[in-house]
Design a protein around this ligand. Structure first.
Ligand SMILES: Cc1cc2nc3c(=O)[nH]c(=O)nc-3n(C[C@H](O)[C@H](O)[C@H](O)COP(=O)(O)OP(=O)(O)OC[C@H]3O[C@@H](n4cnc5c(N)ncnc54)[C@H](O)[C@@H]3O)c2cc1C
Length: 235
């Protein structure tokens, strides 16, 4: 740990890799630049460090999963317990076979769109215009321009509060427009998608991705329309 101020907790977390900050102002991390302090704010170095943290964190410490804060309003009183930020530490993305991609929760949605477009994998173009992490997109079933995140999910790997890892098939999760009934107190960890492989469309996709981004920029002044989608955090 780089920074630990809570001595009693420090002994529990001995040896856990990552960045742990105390009393971290959440206005530094949310898109709306609002929010009080997180009691603790943790950025894992990788999946192993996150599992280690969950195994060692005392059970009475609440955990809040955080991506890039683009869909959160944090109240002035802040967030008690541990905020776990997947962005930066958990940002691996790999193609596993012809039509499947694994991505960790902290991959930026735009990076995911770019990764797929460059490999001629169709279906993720809409993500180019959505701010946030891919874990956040899966948790919210984020979507735009007729596409949504769960239409391409095949299965998700989750980490629970005790450090156990479980794969859930798409059929086990119920989801709808901008809502997903996720197993409680779980972190989305590794996410597998089925995409269409279609090499001839690669250049069209890149053009479409650019078009999506231009469309998004043009829409930005209308941000008040998006307020209705924000999740109040710990109200
Ligand atoms: C300018 C702007 C434009 C936007 N446009 C769109 C749009 O077109 N379409 C759309 O759908 N949304 C849009 N959004 C909303 C937002 O970008 C998406 O919902 C995004 O997917 C949230 O990702 P995030 O990483 O920022 O999540 P956060 O804001 O960090 O978290 C959102 C929720 O997801 C949960 N969560 C995050 N990561 C994990 C994880 N690893 N495991 C479990 N739960 C997790 C959090 O606990 C929280 O409940 C927009 C937001 C802004 C500010």
């Amino acid at each position: 740990m780089h920074t630990v101020t809570n001595r009693s907790l420090q002994s529990h977390l001995e040896g856990v890799e990552g960045l742990l900050l105390h009393d971290e102002p959440m206005d530094r991390h949310t898109s709306w630049r609002v929010g009080g302090k997180a009691e603790m704010f943790y950025v894992p170095t990788d999946k192993a460090s996150l599992v280690q943290l969950m195994c060692q964190l005392p059970g009475n410490v609440p955990v809040f999963w955080f991506g890039l804060g683009s869909n959160l309003l944090v109240r002035d009183a802040g967030i008690p317990g541990m905020v776990v930020c997947t962005f930066k530490g958990m940002d691996e993305i790999e193609r596993v076979d012809k039509e499947s991609v694994y991505a960790q929760a902290g991959v930026a949605s735009a990076k995911h769109a770019k990764f797929c477009a460059r490999r001629g994998l169709e279906g993720a173009e809409f993500l180019a215009g959505i701010p946030g992490s891919f874990g956040g997109a899966v948790a919210m079933n984020a979507g735009a321009f007729g596409g949504d995140t769960w239409s391409m999910i095949e299965r998700i790997e989750c980490l629970d509060r005790e450090g156990n890892i479980t794969w859930f098939e798409k059929s086990e999760i119920s989801y709808q427009y901008r809502y997903v009934d996720l197993p409680q107190i779980q972190s989305l960890d590794r996410l597998q998608f089925n995409m269409c492989t279609n090499y001839p469309v690669i250049f069209r996709q890149i053009l479409e991705r650019t078009a999506v981004q231009i469309q998004r920029i043009l829409m930005m002044p209308k941000m008040e329309l998006l307020r209705s989608t924000l999740i109040p955090c710990h109200l």
